[in-house]
Design a protein. Structure first.
Length: 217
């Protein structure tokens, strides 16, 4: 059984239809890439999969339960990393631990250290630093560590390597691949970096003007 099944899902912003997905199934543990031009609907689809937006029409079945369901409960299993993630004005450790504490998870410090190590940040060097002292690549990796620490069932990534150097992109690839291998985390990733995206994904969905397409982008 697929973890996600979308049936006749559409989304509208005002009078403009921005997404139309007649059918989409995502298997648990899969790594699906999303490709398409800016404005093709990738970010909208990710927000719908994260249960941060309710589609205008259609049905989403998640883990066998049809929408609307309990969106708050579903969000406990799904997390989205945006291109420009927001971090709290506090230490790296508190940023990474924040989601765990909200969820009442145990072994917070141990999980924070492991997550930072997974993204190539030495906990002894970085955990006590202010988030505002970090470079762009370090900020993105801290934001990813915060999501990995929650051990999500689904990890959604929107342009995770945009503006990052090659080394940071490799570290992010290794971290999300490890989450899939070790925890069975389902990955859905939107990126314009085709070589990077193809190296992480085992299937690909191309969107063109909000709809699945076979055309090359």
């Amino acid at each position: 059984m697929a973890l996600y099944t979308l049936e006749n899902v559409t989304q509208r912003y005002g009078n403009r239809e921005v997404l139309r997905i007649p059918h989409l199934a995502i298997e648990e543990g899969a790594a699906m890439g999303l490709r398409g031009h800016n404005g093709s609907g990738k970010s909208t689809l990710l927000r719908i999969l994260a249960f941060l937006e309710t589609p205008a029409t259609g049905r989403i079945i998640f883990d066998g339960v049809s929408s609307p369901g309990n969106a708050f409960e579903r969000r406990r299993h799904v997390t989205l990393l945006t291109q420009e993630p927001y971090l709290l004005t506090t230490t790296v450790r508190k940023n990474v631990a924040y989601g765990m504490k909200i969820r009442g998870m145990d072994n917070v410090d141990e999980s924070v250290d492991k997550a930072l190590s997974q993204v190539g940040l030495d906990p002894e060097r970085f955990a006590g630093r202010s988030a505002h002292e970090l470079s762009g690549g370090e900020l993105q990796r801290v934001a990813l560590a915060a999501r990995l620490a929650m051990r999500p069932r689904v990890l959604l990534l929107d342009e995770p390597t945009a503006s990052l150097d090659k080394d940071s992109a490799v570290l992010i690839k290794n971290a999300v691949t490890a989450a899939r291998t070790e925890l069975g985390t389902t990955l859905v990733i939107a990126s314009h970096d085709m070589s990077w995206l193809e190296s992480v994904s085992d299937s690909m969905l191309c969107l063109y003007e909000g709809q699945p397409s076979e055309r090359d982008v």
